[in-house]
Design a binder for this molecule. Structure first.
Ligand code: SF4
Ligand code: SF4
Length: 331
């Protein structure tokens, strides 16, 4: 059954519906996907990366489908299941049954209440829990454990998603506490958010990663689910503030979607106007999220697309560098 399909989660949500529940928005609690330690790809030095849940966009190449929904949710890794049946009778919603051959479990996601009882019952780790509701204090305590790595590497905290700006109050509070503890901070965002939300987090940021997925309005809408007007406007506005943060523009480079000379030239042209721009980073298409799509019983929307070669990436980076000679290009 494809209940967790695009029909339910595959369309962009109006901004007012993006955030987590009212409970989460009004309290210092966030919908957290996971916390990853010692990343070297998300800012200077070793980073602790706080991944949040909830995203208003639906990029067709999204590699973290478990981050799209704003609340914790259940997944099922079919390959891990040995069909022991332990979980079936534990489900208070009657959402689980054994398949006809008795070898696997079938989840009726329409009945599932995301109580996660089955996650604890399964000895094979076949049932998955994607996300938790955590307080600011709980999150900051986890981040502070890595202070010694920040100190020796010049690293810090990076908040990513999902779209972190769908939880602006929680994000602002985590950033503020970390900055007051002397921890360097960065945010990875699509910038598809209200400027009011952006203003809440800006004072607490050292570095801003913002995605530019396509400069053409219609193509952006076709591949991402919303046009890019709000995103471009937000980047321009932040660039004109007096905040001392730096901006890194990230391009998830998807073959046949946004890798053309025209689009890269238009992106370079837009970037030329940015005073706070430190560099442009190219993130080549990959298919690392495929297993999670299966665990969520969702279809992957680009099944035929082949990841590009390193030579292709080098060539595209060279082209971009020639359009915007003063700006470093990272791959
Ligand atoms: S999360 Fe809860 S309701 Fe959903 S299948 Fe597991 S036990 Fe049943
Ligand atoms: S408890 Fe785990 S291994 Fe056993 S049937 Fe349920 S999901 Fe499969």
């Amino acid at each position: 059954m494809k209940v967790m399909s695009d029909a339910e989660y595959g369309v962009p949500l109006p901004l007012r519906e993006v955030g987590v529940s009212q409970l989460v928005q009004s309290a210092p609690v966030g919908s957290v996907l996971r916390i990853e330690r010692t990343s070297i790809h998300d800012g200077q030095g070793l980073r602790t990366v706080l991944f949040l849940k909830g995203c208003p966009l639906r990029c067709r190449w999204c590699s973290t489908p478990e981050s799209q929904r704003s609340t914790p949710q259940k997944g099922y890794a079919r390959d891990r299941c040995v069909g022991c049946g332990r979980c079936v009778h534990s489900c208070p919603a009657g959402a689980l049954s054994l398949s006809e051959d008795g070898l696997k479990v079938v989840t009726d996601f329409l009945k599932c209440r995301n109580c996660f009882v089955c996650v604890g019952k399964c000895l094979q780790n076949a049932h998955k829990k994607y996300g938790s509701l955590l307080s600011v204090g709980e999150v900051v305590r986890e981040i502070v454990k890595d202070e010694i790595f920040f100190f020796h590497s010049g690293g810090g905290l990076t908040i990513s998603g999902g779209e972190p700006l769908s939880q602006p109050d929680f994000v602002a509070e985590v950033l503020r506490e970390c900055r007051e503890l002397g921890i360097n901070t960065a945010l990875e965002t699509s910038f598809y958010a209200s400027y009011e939300s952006i203003e809440k987090v800006l004072p607490w940021l050292n570095l801003l990663y913002v995605d530019l997925k396509h400069l053409d309005q219609e193509r952006h809408k076709q591949w991402v689910g919303a046009d890019n007007g709000l995103i471009l406007e937000n980047i321009r506005k932040v660039d004109q503030t007096n905040e001392s943060l730096e901006i890194i523009v990230r391009i998830p480079l998807i073959p046949g979607v946004n890798d053309s000379d025209d689009n890269l030239s238009a992106t370079a042209e837009f970037c030329k106007s940015l005073k706070k721009l430190r560099e442009i980073e190219l993130l080549p298409y990959h298919r690392l999220g495929l297993e999670t799509y299966r665990n969520l019983d969702r279809d992957y929307l680009l099944p035929e697309l082949v990841p590009p070669s390193p030579e292709w990436l080098t060539e595209r980076a060279g082209f971009l560098a020639r359009q915007n000679p003063g700006v470093p290009i990272r791959t």
